[in-house]
Design a protein around this ligand. Sequence first.
Ligand SMILES: *Cc1c(COP(=O)(O)O)cnc(C)c1O
Length: 362
Amino acid sequence: MKAYVVERDALIYNIQALRRFAGQAVIWAVLKGNGYGIGLVPFSRILHDNGITHFAVTEMKEAETLRENYPDAPILMMRSTADPAEINELLDLGVYLTVGCYETAVAINGIAAERATVAKVHIAVDTGMGRYGFLPDDTDKIISVYEYMKNLSVVGIFTHFHSSFSSEKATRQQFELFNGVVEKLRASGYDTGMAHCCNSHAFVRHPEMHMDGVRLGSAFLGRLSFKDKLGLKQVGYGECTLEEIRWIPKGQTVGYDAGFKARQQMRVAVIGVGWYNGFAYQRKNDIFRVRDSIGGILHHLKNLFFPTKLLVTVDGHKCRVLGHVGMVHAVVDVTDVDCAVGDKVTVAINPLAVKGLRVQYR
Ligand SMILES: *Cc1c(COP(=O)(O)O)cnc(C)c1O
């Protein structure tokens, strides 16, 4: 038996805490990446049953599935598209489109005119993320959308923070830029509709930035990079069973590259979860700045001298993983644990990394 377990109660607890903290701001649940790995449909169902009515996605299939399940829910396609087939389908589905540049506005406006309809859109502003959006200095271009695009109706405006998990200063700067654009438009008499900028980290850290709405993903899963003051519960873990248990003699090696060698006789157990399933999955080293390279080297050095012990839990006992984690297997030390084949093992796995495990809600 192997599964990725999602604790329904913890999820509902988080939803309620986030709703309370949001106050009047509308919460858009961001459900990209198959609902952050825990299943677009079951995750959205729990959200919807617990008062989250707005959804934001990045893929056509996600928009389609959500529309089938929630005929009336506001759905936002967060990336801009100028592809006629996608625009037509989004209009069929009644999904809000994102306008991130003038050309996209022209494309959507043209198709909406052909269909004799008005497309509801959110304007994207690029305050530093470097993808999708008008630059803050290009407010004139945004204004021309209002002036010349008779088949577009602006119902929202948003930006996306690039460092809300790491830099309050950068986030404040982005917020100021965004707020400046919104204020300028409003002062000139243009209705921006709902203004929204916060992702999960900014939402928790900066209540003053909540504006009219917020877009939350990882907060629902209680997985922020700092300890949050809302007491969110971490959602999701891997579960499997002890598949084989035996004593190995002193000198026996374990795993690829003989990564572990027993210094004395010990009792070990095989579990059927490995890195392919997201266990001990490490972020790729896509080193692109000196700062990141140095950070990476320091991390490796730290691990060399103070290796972080990889642990799993067998019947409430922490057990050390021996040697390298395999693709779909790992071996753990159960010398001091009273256990038998078939006993349950829980394994820390980030839902975003889960692969090859059935997601089970409990
Ligand atoms: C992913 C995403 C979010 C949500 O980010 P979290 O940090 O998971 O809350 C919000 N807005 C945009 C545009 C996104 O791509």
